[in-house]
Ligand binder design. Sequence first.
Ligand SMILES: Cc1ncc(COP(=O)(O)O)c(C=O)c1O
Length: 396
Amino acid sequence: MKYDFDRVVERYGTYSAKWDSIRLLMPPTDKPILPLMVADMDFRTAQPILDAMHRVADFGMYGYTAAWAEPEYAASVVRWFRQRFGWEFGPEAVVYSNGTIEALNCAVRTFSNVGDGVILCRPVYGHFTQAIEGECHRRVVDCHLLCDEAGRYTVNFEELEALCADPANRIFVLCSPHNPIGRVWTKEELRRMAAICRDHKVLLVSDEVHCDIRRRGVVHYPVASLVSDQSNIITLTAVNKSFNLAGLQCSNAIIPDPFLRARFQREFGDRMPTPFAVAALIAAYGQGGEWLEQVNEYIDGNIDFVLDFLKQNLPWVKAGRPEGTYILWLDFSASGLTDAEIHTRIYDKALVLAQDGVVHDPGQGQCFQRICVPCARSVLAEAMQRIAAEFTDIKR
Ligand SMILES: Cc1ncc(COP(=O)(O)O)c(C=O)c1O
């Protein structure tokens, strides 16, 4: 089956955080606003997933639902990671969570104390900071990523080692693939991060929700699949990003170590999915591969489009080619404008809803913008043209 991702779909009035929040976040206007902020796709999901959810809807009873009562749920997760990533774990390792950030919160609460340090490599997904500081009252300790001239980011391993050696820092939250800078970490990088955490008895929480969205030819390795001792590793996975199912809040923490898992579960309790989530996950991991391949190919094209467009029209905007995710991290600092001026031109004048870099990097994210590009290419083209039109005075 060939899916049509070129179809333009307006999602107003569908309870969409991405579209229906526009009215609250943007100035009132009659002109169409183009939202590139929220990380979900403007694409209908795979037909087998729709069929599975229709079957649930048609049954007409939506009572309490248990992921553990349906063996096919965990078995589907196990098969997906074995077949796609060569990662072996048993079904007992799969802990359902109603959201990835919910599971992250629980890991932080369970394995650290109020005031302890939690290491992040910024720029990194802003909700990590909100969860760690705002909800769990721990301290974010920033092991800032290094960036070369070409916009390629790497981990500062010396600093990571020093921070992990400090007993005040109990947890390292890795984003793999990394939102917003798009790195898919190599085996060597991941092994080194895991070894540092193991040596210093730091819990490694690896958020791998973007693992299925990758550029052509790029291989993602779950960090836990590369080490023999997984006793200090929690991996966060989800169908949310991969299959455009974020509204179902269907995530799974993979915790192979029984002692680590028992401690996590004691704090987390038993979370209940909706019946739609159970049906959708089984269909996604069982029959969603064809759709996923096509969507990845389309996103490859969108990313090529944006990078070519920037080269032609805004060559001073620095943007590395993401290896994974559908996110681009754009550096407007060569414009010589302030962060506020860049914001005004993009949001108020071009009427494009992007996301200010400081959300993901409060210290050094000024003059950066994050955009998510899983939408029809024509919409993306219009957004890029509108942005370029507001910067014609910048010549570099
Ligand atoms: C790295 C990362 N983790 C977690 C999430 C949110 O996941 P969830 O909606 O399952 O909490 C996102 C969403 O953009 C993300 O990019």
